[in-house]
Design a protein around this ligand. Structure first.
Ligand SMILES: [Zn+2]
Length: 301
């Protein structure tokens, strides 16, 4: 019995030491600011659910590599965790740890991209509705969210009081964009929209009925349109410049996406053959289990 106070004090000391040393990295994380953060929602793209693509980059003064924690809404299926290679823009698999409510990824260059599917896209006859309570992970200088209207759908309506920019995405689909601007860590941004679609054909099947897609190196014609719309919509010159800057920052991974995303719908099934090793269809590099992008060239597997 006389030992207990002593052991208690020792434990307290250990806890204090742990707190002191544990606090240093946590505090560094708190100082992170994202220069850009974008949430793209692609409903009924290659799954009968909402594909959510979150990408962004830290401000220049943030030391890299850096661990970034991105919250996940409940019940979603994580699909890919990646970062664009600084030199090539190709998406490469990032190291990460996922828990039920978030992903902690290591970004070598402060840039990141993650994708998840949210099955809470509501089908009500021909009407679809979706709401995402997006938790802003860090202070953000330029926060943007976008919704891509599926092929064969109409009447996309964003539930927002903010100005909605209409543009054409790289796949020729209507994209509606809200430029939120600055946002604070911990803030919840409600992203909500509806549209009408008379069937359940996925965009990827409607756009590529034969399943063959162009090489990811082929640059789509969508990007100039984005730029033009950004400039036209920008009698608000600041907003236009901000969006243009943002597009320029992310254009490389964005451009390869149409080809990059298009193949998995068929390729995933083929590659998933039991016992078969997977190889990059572009460069032949062997893929490891769980890889979503080629470790060599960044092509989507
Ligand atoms: Zn490859």
């Amino acid at each position: 019995m006389p030992r207990l106070p002593h052991r208690g004090a020792g434990l307290l000391a250990l806890l204090l030491i742990a707190a002191i040393f544990g606090a240093a990295p946590a505090h560094a994380q708190d100082d992170v600011t994202l220069a850009t953060l974008r949430v793209q929602i692609w409903p009924e793209y290659d799954q009968p659910s909402a594909l959510v693509i979150v990408d962004g980059r830290t401000t220049e003064n943030v030391a890299t590599p850096i661990d970034l924690r991105i919250p996940l809404p409940p019940g979603v299926t994580l699909h890919a965790v990646a970062y664009p290679d600084s030199a090539t823009g190709n998406l490469l698999n990032a190291q990460y740890e996922a828990s039920e409510d978030g992903v902690t990824l290591t970004s070598p260059n402060g840039q990141f991209l993650l994708e998840y599917y949210d099955g809470s896209l509501a089908f009500d006859g021909n009407t679809r509705r979706y709401t995402l309570a997006f938790e802003v992970p860090y202070d953000v200088e330029q926060f943007v969210w976008e919704v891509q209207q599926p092929a064969g759908a109409s009447g996309l309506t964003l539930d927002t009081g903010a100005t909605v920019q209409r543009t054409t995405g790289a796949m020729g689909l209507l994209v509606q964009r809200v430029v939120v601007g600055a946002a604070s860590a911990g803030e919840t941004v409600t992203i909500s929209f509806s549209y009408t679609k008379p069937d359940r054909t996925l965009s990827i099947d409607r756009l590529n009925p034969g399943g063959d897609v162009s090489s990811p190196q082929v640059e789509g014609s969508g990007q100039p349109t984005v730029l033009m719309v950004a400039l036209l919509a920008g009698g608000l010159a600041l907003v236009g410049a901000g969006v243009y800057w943002y597009v320029e920052q992310t254009r490389r991974p964005q451009r390869r996406r149409p080809g990059g995303r298009a193949r998995p719908a068929s390729g995933r099934k083929k590659n998933a053959a039991p016992g078969g090793r997977r190889f990059c269809t572009s460069c032949g590099e062997a893929a490891r289990p769980g890889d979503k992008f080629c470790r060599n060239c960044g092509k989507r597997l």
